[in-house]
Design a protein. Sequence first.
Length: 156
Amino acid sequence: MFTIKTNQADETEKIGDQLATSLKPNDVILLDGDLGAGKTTFTKGLAKGLGIKRYVKSPTFTIIHEYREGRLPLFHMDVYRLEDGGGDDLGWDEYFYGDGVSVIEWSQFIEEYLPDEYLRITISRNDESDDQRILKFEAQGSRYATLLNDFKKDIK
Ligand code: ADP
Ligand code: MG
C-alpha cells in the first residue's frame, strides 16, 4: 500500500496517465471515493495514457463506456446506480476477462461480481485544501503487487 498526494486535478490526471503505461489486458482497477473525489478525473488521465483521444466523460447514466482506440480497450464503469442491486446481468466477466482494462467507479456496489484480484485506488479529500487529494493504492493479488512496484519506480 502507498499513497500519493495531488494538489490539483491535472496532477491526478497525470498519475492516471502514468499508471496506464504499466497496464496489461484483463487488469481491473477499482476506483473508490466520494462524489467529486476525482475518480473520473483519474480515468481521463488513464485513458490518455492508453492513447485514447476521445473525450472521456462519466458513464453515470449508461453505467459502462467502452473505448477501443487505444493500446488496450478501456471499459470505464460507474456502477453508482446499481446501489440497490440489479447489477447481476450486465455480463461483468466479459469485461473483466475481455482483454481490456476495466476501471470501476463505486466498485462497492458490485462487490459480489468483482474478481478476486485487483488494484484498488481510494481517493479522498484533504479538509485543509479544496484541491488536494490523497490517492491510496492497494494491490490484491500478485499481479497487482507487481504492477504497483513497477508503477512506484516510474513515478519517482
Ligand atoms: P468523481 O468521479 O470521483 O465523482 P470527478 O473526477 O468527476 O469526481 O470530479 C472531481 C472534481 O474535483 C473535478 O471538478 C476536479 O476538477 C476537481 N479537483 C480539484 N482538485 C482535484 C485533484 N487534486 N484531483 C482530482 N480532482 C480534483
Ligand atoms: Mg465519476
